[in-house]
Design a protein around this ligand. Structure first.
Ligand SMILES: [Zn+2]
Length: 394
């Protein structure tokens, strides 16, 4: 085992309140960190750092935990720039464009899908993301959903079966038959490749009874529930997520007071996706209301070709601060520890002893620059398991 000393860290965000300044971010100034066997084994003041086999000098940069992007639709084919341009010219987002991507994805080879997913994954890594969740949902047949998850599994352990993304066009006359397929043969084929099950519970997608049936079938197959809810309108999504003990309910743009209270008094994380609100010119989710009520908030990209073709967590942080009234510290926490909570992980999203040595070094003296300097390529170096992350796109 080789121990690596990361030295000359100007500002280290650990997300461990027991370390550093006592804040939720657990900031240590003039810090060092030792990684061994992929894990953090020591954190503290640089002048107290122990000896190690190797040394990485970070030159006074700020270091943050690698971002945890807990909501992506990573594996698909094609792109929808024409739809985006039309929307920016005034057409509303309806979710109907999903079938455009479904058609392109079904027609694509595994090699094409794999290459596109690897390209996006490399973009994410280069912008500081070290843990991603990846959903299926652009196949919507037994075989296509299975292969999307199989390809996702090559890139992450956090894979999510989303056969209930939309009812595909060919099943429009038989919704019940499609839900039965998702809960039956499709689930059987996908469960070995997935950790999570998800459903798009919203107007124009799946209703409460359908969503409940899908998540119950997934749970019976050993998958853990999470769901898309309350993006387009108020509805049953948040209530159902809390009732079923889902790890996360994602979007949360349209919430009643009961929804906010339910989230605040549960372990279900409210995952907000400002890249989607930005890209669909929709009203942003009210992060301030959720935080003030005491809910746990995560931030993620929702990377997908229709409503949020965004891979950059620094952009998401900047949007959350500027448009959703989160403080820079709240937004960083939500993009790291919050994402980890949304994936029920305690080994990522923090940099205390025992955590994975997944870290991003910023060309900046403080993490605040993530929101303060939007658009600047601040992420200088990314390490996963204590090693330099691969960010090339081959
Ligand atoms: Zn999504």
């Amino acid at each position: 085992m080789t121990a690596t000393l990361f030295s000359a860290i100007g500002e280290l965000v650990t997300n461990d309140p027991a370390l550093g300044d006592g804040s939720a971010l657990g900031i240590v100034r003039d810090a060092a960190l030792v990684a061994e066997d992929g894990r953090v084994v020591w954190v503290g003041s640089a002048d107290e750092a122990p000896a190690a086999d190797e040394r990485v000098d970070l030159g006074g940069r700020a270091v943050v935990p690698g971002f945890v992007d807990s909501h992506t639709h990573l594996v698909f084919a094609g792109e929808r720039s024409a739809e985006f341009a039309a929307r920016m010219a005034g057409e509303p987002y309806t979710g109907g464009g999903i079938m455009t991507t479904v058609a392109a994805t079904r027609a694509a080879s595994d090699a094409t899908l794999r290459a596109n997913a690897r390209r996006l994954h490399a973009e994410m890594t280069a912008s500081g993301t070290t843990t991603i969740e990846a959903k299926s949902g652009y196949g919507l047949t037994v075989d296509d959903e299975r292969r999307l998850l199989s390809i996702s599994r090559e890139l992450t352990a956090e894979t999510t079966f989303l056969g209930a993304h939309v009812v595909p066009a060919e099943s429009a006359a038989d919704r019940a038959g499609y839900v039965a397929l998702v809960c039956g043969a499709m689930l059987d084929a996908c469960a070995p490749h997935a950790r999570w099950i998800d459903v798009f519970c919203d107007v124009g997608a799946f209703g409460e009874d359908e969503a409940r049936a899908v998540l119950a079938a997934g749970a019976a197959a050993g998958l853990l529930p999470r769901l898309h809810g309350n993006q387009l309108a108020r509805g049953p999504g948040v209530r159902l997520a809390v009732e079923l003990g889902a790890a996360s309910v994602d979007h949360c743009n349209h919430l009643t007071e009961d929804d906010v209270e339910a989230l605040a008094s549960s372990a279900t994380v409210a995952t907000l996706l400002p890249g989607a609100d930005f890209s669909t010119r929709a009203p942003y989710a009210d992060a301030r209301r959720l935080l003030d009520a005491g809910a746990t908030v995560a931030l993620a990209t929702d990377c997908n070709p229709g409503s949020s073709y965004v891979t950059s967590m620094p952009l998401v942080i900047a949007l959350a601060v500027r448009e959703m009234r989160m403080t820079p510290g709240e937004a960083l926490w939500a993009a790291t520890a919050g994402g980890a909570a949304a994936l029920r992980r305690d080994d990522v999203g923090r940099l205390g002893p025992g955590a994975r040595a997944d870290l991003a070094a910023l060309d900046a003296p403080s993490y605040v620059h993530l929101a303060y300097r939007p658009g600047a390529p601040l992420v200088a170096d990314v390490f996963t398991g204590g090693r330099t992350a691969v960010t090339d796109k081959e």
